[in-house]
Design a protein around this ligand. Structure first.
Ligand SMILES: NC(=O)C1=CN([C@@H]2O[C@H](COP(=O)(O)OP(=O)(O)OC[C@H]3O[C@@H](n4cnc5c(N)ncnc54)[C@H](O)[C@@H]3O)[C@@H](O)[C@H]2O)C=CC1
Ligand SMILES: O=C(O)[C@@H]1CCC=N1
Length: 272
């Protein structure tokens, strides 16, 4: 089994790191990457083979597209060489499997995946969608690849990727935004930058660990922190009065709408 990545950036690096720790061997993996320094880094770090985009590359059973969405079309159209029929996996945001299939005159052995950046520390969340023609073996292989960088969920409809992108794809940025705000709040309370950083990061890390290990849901855990007439109650009331919950729901809806829009834009042949 040979697996080729087209694009050897951040997300490809995360996947390769996870896969080599979870039973894939480095000599099964090849990366096509234009940046020579990045190619050297991938060889040194993971022991994979590499090539530049215009150089010949090994025949592959699986090709994983990990370039920017706007770079995808030419890369996809060059992917089926010498009559091979590999499983194609795309992690490019916004580009629909049906669009990739159209670029390849109806080729249907395609899986689309939306991972997220915590994949870099093997704590990713990936949503997977397979075209109906993709068989059980290809689905199982795709799942094995992405469980090497975290958890996975299968989506029945491709349109669900827009909602998933808005929650788990973009979601790490929402959490980092909250962490930035909590640090700013600590600075406003007079703490030094170092202490503000420690207080914010350890509070978020500890809360997530508690939530994951507890039988209580998030609402119950929140109530357990919130003493009647105490300090937390004041803060939560301030969140509620400023419609924070509704703002988060509306923000995710805006992200999902943008994902749908990108799907339209990137699917329009004239734009690429
Ligand atoms: N960053 C995120 O949170 C997420 C990103 N994605 C998707 O993952 C994909 C990759 O993202 P990153 O790894 O963050 O980007 P990146 O910029 O780190 O990696 C892209 C790589 O592709 C290479 N490249 C450019 N043209 C090429 C070509 N013609 N052939 C081969 N390689 C080429 C670049 O040199 C670069 O190393 C994007 O499509 C993005 O939408 C998906 C989920 C989450
Ligand atoms: O912001 C974006 O468009 C991509 C998709 C999910 C995370 N980053």
């Amino acid at each position: 089994m040979k697996i080729t990545f087209i694009g050897g950036g951040n997300m490809a690096g995360a996947l390769i790191g996870g896969m080599t720790q979870q039973g894939f061997s480095a000599d099964q993996l090849h990366v096509v990457e234009p940046d020579a320094a990045r190619r050297d880094q991938l060889v040194e770090e993971f022991g994979v083979s590499v090539s530049a985009p215009d150089a010949p590359r090994p025949a592959s059973d699986v090709v994983i597209f990990a370039v920017k969405p706007q770079q995808l079309r030419p890369v996809v159209q060059a992917a089926l060489q010498n009559g091979d029929q590999p499983l194609l996996i795309s992690i490019a945001a916004g580009v629909r499997a049906e669009t990739i299939s159209r670029w390849l005159d109806g080729y249907r052995r395609i899986v689309r995946v939306m991972p997220n950046t915590p994949a870099l520390v093997r704590a990713g969340m990936s949503g997977l969608y397979a075209a109906p023609e993709v068989n059980a073996e290809d689905r199982a292989l795709s799942e094995r690849i992405f469980t090497s960088i975290g958890k996975t969920v299968w989506l029945d409809e491709e349109s669900q990727i827009d909602g998933l992108t808005a929650i788990s794809g973009s979601g790490p940025a929402y959490v980092f935004y909250f962490m930035e705000a909590l640090q700013a709040a600590a600075r406003a309370q007079g703490f030094s930058p170092d202490v503000a950083h420690l207080l914010a990061y350890q509070t978020v890390a500890g809360s997530v660990k508690l939530a994951l290990e507890s039988d209580d849901d998030a609402a119950t855990l929140r109530v357990k922190v919130t003493s009647k007439g105490g300090t937390t109650e004041r803060a939560i009331n301030a969140f509620e009065n400023s419609q924070m919950r509704a703002t988060i729901i509306a923000a995710a809806a805006a992200a999902a709408a943008r994902s749908r829009e990108l799907g339209e834009e990137l699917g329009r042949d004239a734009d690429l």
